[in-house]
Every structure is written in structure tokens, then in C-alpha cells.
Design a protein around this ligand. Sequence first.
Ligand SMILES: Cc1cc2nc3c(=O)[nH]c(=O)nc-3n(C[C@H](O)[C@H](O)[C@H](O)COP(=O)(O)OP(=O)(O)OC[C@H]3O[C@@H](n4cnc5c(N)ncnc54)[C@H](O)[C@@H]3O)c2cc1C
Length: 392
Amino acid sequence: MMKTDLVVVIGLGGMGSAALASLARRGARVMGLDARRLPHDQGSSHGGSRVARTAYYEHPEYVPLARASFDGWDRLEQETGHRCLHRSGVLLAGSAESAILRASLESARAHDVPTRWLDPDGLRATFPAFRFEPGFHALLEPDAGFVVPETAIEAHLAVARRHGASIRTEVEVQAVEGDDDGVEIRLNNETITASRVVVTAGSWTSRLLPDLAAAASLRPQRKIMVWCRPRDRFRDACSDRRMPAWLIDDDGRFGPGVYYGVPTSPHQVGPGGMKFGFHGPGLDVDPREFDRRPPPEVVSRFAREVATYLPGVFEPPHAAKACLYTMSGDEHFVIDRIPDRQAIVVAAGLSGHGFKFAPAIGDLLASLALDRARPEGTGFFSLDRFKFPSGS
Ligand SMILES: Cc1cc2nc3c(=O)[nH]c(=O)nc-3n(C[C@H](O)[C@H](O)[C@H](O)COP(=O)(O)OP(=O)(O)OC[C@H]3O[C@@H](n4cnc5c(N)ncnc54)[C@H](O)[C@@H]3O)c2cc1C
């Protein structure tokens, strides 16, 4: 393979744009490739908002990554003048038995994340638009909020360009072949030789790295997002000045998962209004061909079920959109070098909760591409937990 110092990033959605910016900041010679014009609404990084919290119920190992990301969002704002993280606060509500509420509280305690515990009376008094079961408590994380993915991608790409990255869009990578020392990236009529490649192809990862996808059981799933406008008298109560982003653990009342929502905000990109969705099992799909039209019965069911928590608060849905999760076998991230081809670095299987971490994942990918040692405290995201075909 020809000797080169070029690092290529394949896929410039939430993770790839952050990796490109991080590599470029570190002075690497980098090129970013994406099959589409950016930002777009065909992958996982659209829809105007993503909930961003650090008191992490999924596992306490995520808390340092979330903290580093919040610093990263602030740094990005200083670099570009674009605010991506809006600190509306995040409210997590659930019954006294809620495992999610308990795990969030444990993460907050273990890592000294500032939070406020609300008992049922406090919850009612602080957020009167919501109606919960009598025993519901809540954890409020005031410094958390939501990130605007489209703004974040554009800001990361702007930083990357400023530091000399070249960006090529509407270029689809057909294959990636490599070993520990270098890679060849095949396009339709061209082959690019690079010293390292970062694969951040989201739901399309299995096409480029089928063995990784099989080992980590990557599964793209269709998810639906719904937007509703608040009725006039609830406009203020539903704005990001008064309402935090929220998640509700209702002990499986509406299926295994949690409803989440983002308040109205002048900063959200998209159809406007309050946005909500269900974080739980989705429909397995092939990202190359699936019906992107949100089924009307799913949209009306979401609106009906969310209305049990916010009765009379919003108008019928005026917009809905499909988006893609890529689930991993254990719903935790895979961020690593490929064991038998160390020149290939990947972030995959972000399992519907990755966006808030984009700046820190970008930095971690840059380290995996440029440094010898894996950064301390990031082993949780390694491929070691899966049986990779090479036996690593
Ligand atoms: C409905 C929904 C709600 C979510 N809510 C939250 C939330 O509240 N909080 C949170 O933190 N996360 C949330 N997530 C998850 C988060 O948005 C994703 O984890 C994140 O966007 C994944 O980014 P990505 O860069 O991996 O994928 P993508 O953004 O999809 O980027 C992949 C890119 O690779 C490109 N590509 C693919 N194949 C090729 C190829 N062969 N050649 C060139 N380019 C290629 C694609 O065009 C695309 O641009 C949510 C996701 C969805 C769908």
C-alpha cells in the first residue's frame, strides 16, 4: 500500500462531522466523505432536537463521556458562534419503583451531577402542565437540555474546514479494505489510499463492515418523531423557558420504553412545536429501502398516549418524520479499532442515544485514529465484549 498520512472519515452525520472536526483541530490531514448532501434527513441525525443529559441511567460509564461532550458543545459554540446545546433542563419522571429513575439518581450521585429530586407535590407544583400518577417522583437535571443536530453537524463541518479538512459530499463509498498499517477506500471510479479511516456510517455500517455488524448484532430500526403545537393557554408552559426536555418511565404502561419530549423553542430546527417520541423497540428495517412515511396510526397513538401526561395541552399532530436507530446487541456503543485491521476505526451501534455525545465521540475517534494507546476510561465502549470473528 502507498505510504500516506491521510485520514479519511466515511459518513459525516453527527459522529463523523465531530470526528472530522477533532482530527482537523489536531492538525491531521483529513478528508470527509458522505454519500449525501449535508445535513440531510435520511439517517439518524435530523429532527431538530436531541435530549442531552448526563445523569445517565443506561450506565454510569457514560457520565464522563457526557461531561466531556457538554464541554465540547461549549467549545464548539466558542469556535463558531453557533449554540448547539440548549440548557432547558431535563426532567425524568417515574413511579417510586422506576428502575430508570433509580439508575439516573445513582449515576448522578456517583459522579456529583447537580440534580434536584421532586416528590409528587413538588413535581405538580413545579410543572403544572403535566399530570402523572399520584406516586410519581422526578429527577430534574437543570444543566442538561437538548442539542440541535443539524446545527451541530454544520458547526463541526465549519470547524473542520477552517482547520484544512477537505469535504466531499454525494460520494458513496463502496468498500473499505485495510490492515494494521493502512486502508484503501473504494468509490465508484476511484480508490483513495489512507493511513487510517474512521467509519461513521450510522445505519449503513453493515455494508462497509459486515463482520463488525454481525459481531455486534447491529440492527437499523425505524423510529417515528411527532410534532404538536401547544394550545394558546399552554404556550408559555411548553416553551423551553418553562418546560425542560422530559422522559417518562411509566413501568411499561405503553410498552417497553419511555416517552420523551422536547419543549417548543426558537432554536429547534424543523416543523416547530413540541416534539416527542418513544424510546423503545422499533421496527427492523433495511436503511437502503424502507417506507419513510410515518404510519398515521402510530402518530395518533403517540399523541393519544402523550396526552395522558399533558392532558388538553397540545393540538393534534401537525408533523411527523421517520428516523433511524442503529441498535447494538447490548444497546451500548461500539467505539474501537477493528481488531485485525487496526487502521480502521469505527463508531457504531449508538442505539438511539448517541447524539448528545458527538463531540466526545469525535475526540475519542480521533485518538483511536492518531494515538497508540486507547484513552483511559473508554474501555466500556470497546469491541472486546463481542466475539469478533478474528477471535480478538
Ligand atoms: C428519532 C430519534 C431520536 C433520538 N433521540 C436522541 C436523543 O434524544 N438523544 C441522543 O443523544 N440521541 C438520540 N438519538 C440517537 C442519535 O441521533 C444517533 O445516535 C446519532 O444521530 C447517530 O449519528 P451517526 O453519525 O452514527 O449516524 P448518521 O447521522 O446517520 O450518519 C451516517 C452518515 O453516513 C453516511 N453514509 C452511510 N454510508 C455511506 C457510504 N457508504 N459512503 C459515504 N457516506 C455514507 C450517511 O449519508 C450519513 O450522513 C435519536 C435518534 C433518532 C432516530
